[in-house]
Ligand binder design. Structure first.
Ligand code: NAD
Length: 424
């Protein structure tokens, strides 16, 4: 089961809003509004357990902002889920969708449950129960959930099915991340990697890196393995990759198909014979131009940051660099492409899925890839220019740009409060 981040994500979100509000000089009422979600719903989900008893778990759905469009964000199943964490994550989603300039807001959901060891029937009962409980506050024009930690395609298919029955007509646009048969989008599997590829290439060009620059990637899962393949096809040299058991390093470039095959057969990239085996810590310090943490939150802390030799760090994972590491990397003139941009390919293709479901169209894989590339390029260019103009590091610039867009939409929506109270 995926581990949840250890940071207090609600506190992180509030610090993020506060930092942006100060930088942007937001009106106090607006800053206060953005610190709180528009709507937070807590639900109780009774279900029939495999032993014949009825049990109950707690679920949440939080809509931080719908000022720019329907709330968007995943649903996680994890024993540590709390409403505070879900609220923090919903806030960060508002910033992410705004940075990508998607016509969406920010939301998040969760169920406090440990799905390990549960039967499929129990997981389905909880998911359908959750869908019924939140059906009144979600919908294609209101709030569109997606997968997150420990949820995936089948959970989304169940929610879409349940919701369709409740409203009396099939409504695939109520969730994204569905199976293709149930209205999912082509290109969703590779979306995070493809989005990261676009912004990494763009940043490499801005920094004047060579066309065959060397890349090291920590994490060889959905994000990391696809990204390695894509960057190699672009002509970059992927010199090191790793998974939870360790990594492999070959200074003149790895044969990625053979590495993937070694992982498939033996369970780890370390089984690939034609390279040096390295630890995950050594991988972060490999001599290369581009380093991509694509595994864990907090992978690069202060100590690791002092050893990074890359010129560019592209955060494919969520929160891989700690705030302390950020400071060290900035001092050492290492440019960090922040997760809010570098990992945003997934939510962008989620947006495309929602759009396809709404107008009943099916985009080809090539169209999804082209639109994703266009979106990510636009977001990168806007961020790069803004950061340069404001003389800000990319992470702070990304947050400021995202919050500025949410604030602007919120301000427009509420207009200026009347100067004087109405006469009684
Ligand atoms: P995944 O589970 O498919 O892959 C994770 C990889 O990290 C695996 O290769 C695993 O072996 C490796 N790993 C685990 N522990 C490790 C350790 N201690 N050191 C080095 N490697 C380790 O996950 P994923 O979908 O590729 O996601 C990776 C990161 O990207 C996560 O932070 C996730 O939140 C983020 N992300 C993913 C998506 C997506 O659509 N898949 C979208 C946005 C962000």
């Amino acid at each position: 089961m995926s581990d949840l981040p250890h940071r207090d994500l609600h506190a992180v979100a509030l610090e993020t809003i506060d930092a942006a509000a100060e930088l942007l000089g937001l009106e106090p009422w607006l800053a206060a509004t953005l610190r709180r979600p528009e709507r937070a719903v807590t639900v109780e989900i009774p279900y029939l357990a495999a032993d014949g008893t009825v049990r109950s778990v707690r679920g949440y759905r939080v809509q931080h902002s719908t000022a720019r469009g329907p709330a968007k964000g995943g649903i996680r199943f994890h024993p540590d889920v709390t409403i505070e964490e879900v609220t923090g994550l919903a806030t960060l989603m508002s910033i992410k969708t705004a940075l990508l300039d998607l016509p969406l807001g920010g939301g998040k959901g969760g169920v406090t449950v440990d799905p390990r060891g549960m039967t499929d029937a129990e997981v389905e009962a909880i998911t359908r129960g959750y869908a019924r409980a939140i059906a009144g506050v979600i919908g294609p024009d209101v709030d569109v959930p997606a997968p997150d930690v420990n949820t995936g395609t089948r959970h989304m298919d169940w929610i879409a099915d349940e919701y369709g029955h409740l409203v009396g007509s099939p409504t695939p646009a109520v969730v994204t991340g569905k199976s293709l048969a149930a209205g999912g989008s082509l290109g969703r599997d590779t979306a995070t990697a493809a989005g990261c590829r676009t912004v990494t290439l763009r940043a490499a060009k801005q920094l004047g890196l060579a066309a065959d620059a060397r890349v090291a990637i920590q994490g060889f899962g959905n994000a990391g393995a696809h990204l390695a393949r894509m960057l190699a096809a672009d002509g970059l040299r992927v010199v090191a990759v790793s998974d939870s058991r360790g990594g492999v390093h070959r200074p003149d470039g790895l044969d990625l198909a053979a590495v993937a095959e070694a992982k498939r057969v033996h369970g780890s990239v370390t089984a690939f014979p034609d390279a040096d085996v390295v630890t995950n810590e050594e991988l972060l310090a490999v001599d290369c131009e581009i380093l991509v943490p694509a595994a864990l939150e907090g992978a690069i802390a202060e100590r690791e940051a002092t050893k990074v030799r890359a010129r560019l760090v592209a955060e494919a994972a969520n929160g891989p660099c700690t705030p302390e590491a950020d400071l060290v990397l900035a001092e050492r003139d290492v440019v960090v492409l922040p997760d809010v941009l570098a990992s945003a390919g997934g939510v962008t293709v989620s947006c495309f899925e929602w759009q396809q479901n709404r107008d009943g169209s099916t985009w080809s894989e090539a169209r999804v890839a082209a639109e994703l590339d266009r979106r990510m390029q636009g977001a990168f260019d806007a961020l790069w220019d803004y950061a340069a103009a404001q003389r800000l590091p990319l992470r702070l610039a990304a947050v400021a740009l995202g919050v500025q867009r949410v604030a602007e939409a919120t301000r427009q929506r509420h207009a200026a409060p009347t100067a004087a109270p109405l006469a009684s």
